[in-house]
Design a protein around this ligand. Structure first.
Ligand SMILES: CC(C)(COP(=O)(O)OP(=O)(O)OC[C@H]1O[C@@H](n2cnc3c(N)ncnc32)[C@H](O)[C@@H]1OP(=O)(O)O)[C@@H](O)C(=O)NCCC(=O)NCCSC(=O)CC(=O)O
Length: 339
């Protein structure tokens, strides 16, 4: 069973709501914010230079291309959500910040062609503004998304759960380092070796450090809960709060639905795909800095699973919350994993 330190049910007052923190600086980075190399390499994140850098075709019409495509050969849901949020954000003024989005994945995305994003300016209110975005391929919607933006408004109401107590990312191994360890096991089945090598060859623009690696890889039945540190690969830098939300939308769909499979190591997903994805942004954060992703699945049934997640800044501030339902069609595993 997975342990979560002191859990997340306690309420504290230490949340740092946007009205208090228009800047993305965290206290320990203020003195050296211009040093890209201290984050995660001096290369700009491909998420910013390519994936989330949409081409404007016409007013409220954009085109997005792909970077990493999962083995399923359908587009990664996080990419479509992230790009849809970029498109929505382009038509709202600078003083409005995304606070929530709600999406349905209605068709599989085709990795062979780009995606068009058509933005409908649903409403511009006094403090809230809503956009609807349709992601289109082959003339048909693959995703429908509603995103809402809000002006910063101060309030005395401030609370949040407490971040689970876990080892810092510096004390944990990346997924790639863990895979190298598994690959060095002498009794590793050839099929597993091939699978792991394929994973290594993936160019996922996200870095991950699982807090409990065996749980992450579903080796034994575990509670449907997982914790991992996550950040965009490469440097993004301070500045654009909206952009960090779009990167977080991309990141938040990664390995999320798999949380619902953790109690069932004797089954593998024959067909799995996210059906919907919702996010709420609570505080400013940097998506190129380590954030703790706390994922849990309160329910599975009827070939579907529900997952919920919290993205924590490493200083304990709750950055965002996520929810997703996915279709999960499984079949029994014939050979146990030898990782
Ligand atoms: C969810 C949908 C498949 C529902 O569409 P339909 O209702 O028409 O589809 P369906 O359920 O009838 O069939 C879908 C596939 O399941 C197969 N299928 C049907 N019944 C089955 C059963 N009982 N057991 C096993 N498989 C079954 C079908 O043959 C088909 O495979 P086949 O298609 O091979 O013929 C679609 O809306 C969709 O593709 N939405 C997009 C989902 C998505 O791409 N999400 C983002 C990526 S996932 C992601 O990013 C997160 C993640 O991976 O974790």
């Amino acid at each position: 069973m997975e342990e979560k330190g002191d859990g997340s049910s306690g309420l504290t007052n230490n949340c740092d709501l946007p009205e208090d923190s228009g800047s993305l600086k965290s206290p320990d980075e203020e003195s050296s914010e211009n040093s890209a190399a201290q984050y995660n390499g001096d290369l700009k994140s491909v998420l910013v230079t390519s994936v989330l850098n949409l081409e404007e075709l016409d007013v409220d019409l954009y085109r997005g291309t792909h970077h990493w495509v999962p083995r399923s050969q359908r587009l990664f849901g996080g990419q479509i959500v992230g790009q849809a949020l970029v498109a929505a954000a382009k038509s709202v003024s600078d003083n409005l910040y995304a606070h929530s989005l709600h999406c349905y994945f209605v068709r599989a995305g085709d990795p062979k062609v780009p995606v068009l994003y058509q933005v409908d300016r649903t409403r511009d209110g006094r403090s809230f503004t809503v956009r609807s975005v349709k992601a289109i391929q082959h003339g048909q919607p693959i995703l429908i998304c509603q995103a809402s933006f809000h002006k910063l408004q101060p309030s005395p109401l401030q609370h949040q759960f407490t971040m689970p107590v876990v080892p810092p990312p510096e004390d944990l191994l990346t997924v790639e380092e863990l895979i190298h360890i598994y690959l060095s096991k002498p009794d590793l089945a050839e099929k597993s070796k091939q699978g792991l090598n394929k994973l290594l060859a993936n160019e996922v623009p996200i870095e991950i450090k699982p807090v409990h690696p065996p749980h992450f890889y579903r080796l034994a039945a575990a509670d449907p809960k997982k914790l991992f540190w996550v950040r965009a690969r490469g440097y993004i830098g301070e500045g654009n709060i909206k952009l960090h939300c779009c990167v977080a939308a991309y990141v938040s769909d990664f390995a999320f639905l798999g949380t619902a499979l953790l109690p069932y190591p004797n089954y593998r997903a024959q067909f799995s795909a996210s059906l919907d994805h919702a996010m709420w942004f609570h505080n400013t954060f940097r998506s190129d800095e380590w954030m703790l992703y706390e994922c849990e699945s309160p329910w599975a049934g009827g070939s579907r699973g529900l997952v919920q997640g919290r993205l924590w800044r490493r200083d304990g501030v709750l950055a965002a919350s996520c929810s997703q339902e996915g279709v999960l069609r499984v079949k029994p595993v014939t050979e146990p994993s030898k990782l």
